[in-house]
Design a protein around this ligand. Structure first.
Ligand SMILES: Nc1ncnc2c1ncn2[C@@H]1O[C@H](COP(=O)(O)OP(=O)(O)OP(=O)(O)O)[C@@H](O)[C@H]1O
Ligand SMILES: [Mg+2]
Length: 248
């Protein structure tokens, strides 16, 4: 059984052609899959369907074999902008998904602190978001997405606004954190290089459909130097060719 199964999913806004047009996609537990495609091809819509934030007109989304009817604590979501609450301290921003359900207990605070520590933010727990850099704010948003220890993490271009070096650091943080916890990740990005670095598998999307399915098999641990090597760049060329092929 797949951990997440998207089965023949169709989603249409009234009076328009389908934005998601019969997509099938399966994710085994613990894998990281990246979704790439041109602006407007339906990536965010597919992610919202996978989160249960939108319901398909036909087809279905199954999480551990159960139809997903609404988002729950098993899901973590991270948007393009960090969307932190300015009037709350970093630690309380991280604890927000807990606070929405119940009063955070000692175990919750400990988990939030451990995440901040892991993401290099231990010294900022009592600061307000405005005192943090953009990259630090993105780390807080990542910690918030992980605080309930979701089994599935859905990310919509979360690092798009960051400079290349900060972005590479956050990619490593995400990989380490999710591999360690066995989190299953669906990651939307425009950036081919980012998709090849993070993904076990890449879905290329065009006009509401998945037009290519590329398994990434790079030997050894992921290190930044890998980006300069031939196998990595061959995968990037393959993904680019696939995206160009449908655009032509
Ligand atoms: N609320 C809405 N009502 C009508 N059409 C919408 C709505 N939201 C999105 N769309 C349309 O659905 C299509 C897919 O949008 P979506 O946001 O999924 O694209 P995307 O691949 O995430 O694009 P980007 O890379 O720019 O974020 C677009 O053509 C968009 O105009
Ligand atoms: Mg989008």
């Amino acid at each position: 059984m797949s951990f997440l199964a998207i089965e023949q999913v169709v989603f249409t806004y009234p009076g328009r052609p389908p934005v998601v047009d019969g997509i099938d996609w399966r994710m085994p537990a613990g894998e990281i899959h990246c979704l790439v495609g041109r602006s407007g091809c339906g990536k965010t819509t597919l992610l919202q369907l996978a989160a249960g934030l939108l319901r398909p007109q036909s087809g279905r989304v199954l999480l551990r074999g159960q139809e997903l009817l609404a988002p729950g604590p098993q899901l973590g979501f991270m948007f393009q902008a960090p969307t932190l609450l300015d009037w709350q301290r970093v630690i309380d921003n991280v604890l927000l998904p807990v606070s929405l359900q119940r009063r955070p207990g000692a175990g919750d605070v400990e988990r939030a602190r451990a995440l901040l520590d892991q993401l290099g933010l231990a010294a900022h727990a009592q600061h307000y978001p405005r005192h943090l850099s953009g990259g630090q704010q993105s780390r807080v948003a990542l910690a918030r997405a992980l605080v309930l220890e979701p089994a599935l993490l859905l990310l919509d271009e979360p690092f798009a606004a960051l400079d290349a070096i900060t972005r590479a650091e956050l990619q490593d943080d995400l990989l380490h954190t999710c591999r360690q916890r066995g989190t299953t990740v669906l990651f939307v990005t425009h950036d081919i290089n980012e998709a090849v670095y993070l993904g076990d598998r890449i879905a290329v999307m065009h006009a509401g459909r998945i037009v290519d399915d590329i398994r990434i098999d790079l030997p050894g641990p992921h290190v930044q130097a890998m980006r300069d090597e031939a196998p990595f760049n061959r995968y990037c060329a393959q993904v680019r060719k696939s995206m160009d092929g449908v655009a032509a």
